[in-house]
Write a protein that binds this ligand. Structure first.
Ligand code: AMP
Length: 509
């Protein structure tokens, strides 16, 4: 993450206020590099993927440069898919939340023209759309670019792949000569370079590069999941993994608190760690994790910088990191002091292209994370119950409890097995937030090395993912479950003993 603050970058105060309300702590690397150039009115060529924070990298400075009181198109963003157009429009809306009478209008194919024309007539400062529909409006004269200050091509290589490049050029040709231009692309094929040379001469080039670094002793897993199923997926991971201590990474300060609250309601000993806490509170949280008073912390990258707690067996990337540097730092919070560790990354469909980049940067493959099947999970829960039960078989209070249950059985003419059964049902009902046995809906994952197949409708890709460990196994560890079954003694921290038996997939490896 960058050392600069958003305020130091020189953004408009209203934009700064919105960013602080959203809860972004510091600019991501791409933001720190792009914003000064865009704020200075320069053209920009950015090599960056989704997930790096690139939307804010162009939206925040461009919003800071326009006259928000003029209700005409001043910023135009071209995106390859309807989904991205909507996502970018939503981001702009949140960043411009403190401007009055401000409108962001998404326009894309497949939607009726009428509401779009109505929106354009009402007036909008920012238009985000797919190239074909944007061109239709320009030709009809319903979209006019006389006051345009900036145009952004987002995911230019995707637009090329989808056959939109001619439309994109036709739109660029209609933008005012003195208008600021930015182009973002994950790759730079020759046709994109040509567009850049023609329309973005003297552009400042920004590229987020990082050295390749081997992440030894840490096995890396990836679980693709829809954004709205992330919490279910995490709940399941926390149930089945042999976690001694874990750190969960999220993007915003607000999310650290929200997620920690949700996990706490599910019975975990968890605390948030973010930049809003003062030094003393932060130190206390880390101390609690070290001493086992807490088992999980939910942190932002900034707050977890340099964190060194040997008992962290798992790093869970609930939100993808902004760049490979951040990823390497995150996963390096486990596998400390010569131990092994496990890192699990949740990715949503749009973020899947990250996998290839991360594999390259860490020089090691990502393995598809397998959630246990309902049958496996049931077995696991039963075994866990048994081991917890046995843990109490030598309890000092056992004789007293047995006498009480005998009395209850006798008074109610019940079999002792029936009393035990009722007790087991009661215990199950007391488990907070226990999920049903079904899986959170996982996605088919795209292989980091499999050829991409376009899915025009969703704008995403699908394919097969490499299953199982890499050839030659993992460096410096017995298997990906590596943390081992470091269960806790019965009753410690009010949590189950023996955590769980080894998963079938661990045993296989
Ligand atoms: P993008 O790469 O633009 O798709 O952004 C990915 C995600 O990062 C979005 O959910 C943004 O809300 C979030 N994000 C962008 N900038 C920051 C930041 N400086 N701090 C925290 N989250 C951010």
């Amino acid at each position: 993450m960058s050392e600069l603050s958003f305020a130091e970058l020189g953004l408009d105060p209203a934009v700064l206020e919105a960013v602080s309300a959203i809860g972004y702590e510091t600019p991501t690397p791409i933001q720190a590099q792009c914003m000064p150039a865009l704020l200075a009115g320069k053209h920009l060529l950015g090599v960056a993927q989704t997930g790096t924070g690139k939307t804010a990298a162009f939206a925040l400075p461009l919003l800071s440069r326009i006259d928000a009181s003029i209700s005409e198109p001043q910023i135009l963003v071209l995106a390859p898919t309807r989904e991205l157009a909507i996502q970018v429009a939503e981001a702009f809306t949140s960043y411009a939340a403190k401007y009055r009478n401000f409108h962001v209008l998404p326009i894309y194919g497949g939607q009726d023209f009428y509401p779009q024309i109505k929106g354009l007539k009402r007036g909008a400062q920012v238009i985000v759309g797919t190239p074909g529909r944007m061109l239709d409006h320009l030709r009809k004269g319903t979209l006019r670019l006389g006051n345009l200050k900036a145009v952004v091509l987002d995911e230019a290589d995707e637009m090329l792949r989808m056959g939109f490049i001619d439309d994109v050029e036709a739109i660029l040709a209609k933008t005012p000569e003195n208008c600021q231009r930015a182009l973002f692309s994950a790759t730079m094929p020759p046709q994109i370079k040509k567009v850049a040379q023609t329309y973005l001469s003297d552009a400042v080039e920004v590229k987020i590069e990082s050295e390749t670094r081997t992440v030894e002793r840490i096995s890396q897993f990836v679980l693709p999941v829809y954004a709205e199923r992330k919490l279910d997926a995490l709940t399941r991971i926390l149930e089945v993994e042999p976690i001694e201590a874990a750190i969960i990474f999220v993007r915003t300060k607000a999310e650290t608190t929200l997620l920690a609250e949700k996990l706490s309601a599910r019975g975990h000993a968890v605390a948030p760690l973010n930049g809003d806490l003062n030094q003393r509170q932060r130190e206390q949280t880390v101390e609690d994790l070290k001493r086992g008073k807490k088992d999980i912390i939910v942190a932002t990258d900034v707050a977890a910088r340099g964190l060194d707690v040997p008992r962290i067996t798992h790093v869970i990337n609930y939100d993808v990191p902004y760049d490979t540097e951040a990823y390497i730092h995150r996963v390096g919070r486990t596998g400390r002091a010569g131990r092994t560790g496990k890192a699990i990354l949740l990715v949503t469909p749009r973020e899947r292209s990250w996998l290839r980049t991360l594999e390259r940067a860490t020089n090691s493959p990502m393995v598809a994370y397998e959630l246990p099947s309902p049958v496996e999970l049931k077995k696991m829960r039963e075994e866990q119950f048994e081991s917890q039960l046995l843990g109490f078989a030598e309890d000092k209070k056992l004789a007293k409890s047995m006498a009480l249950l005998d009395e209850i059985a006798e008074r109610n003419e019940m079999d002792i097995a029936m009393v035990a059964g009722a007790l087991a049902c009661w215990m199950e009902a007391m488990q907070p937030g226990s999920l049903p046995l079904e899986q959170p809906e996982a996605l088919p994952v795209v292989s980091a090395s499999a050829p991409a197949r376009r899915d025009r409708k969703g704008g995403g890709r699908s394919g097969e993912f490499r299953k199982g460990p890499p050839k030659g196994g993992y460096k410096g560890r017995g298997g990906p479950g590596g943390a081992g079954a470091r269960g806790k003694p019965p009753g410690k921290g009010g949590k189950p003993a023996g955590k769980r038996p080894p998963r079938q997939s661990d045993a296989k490896r």
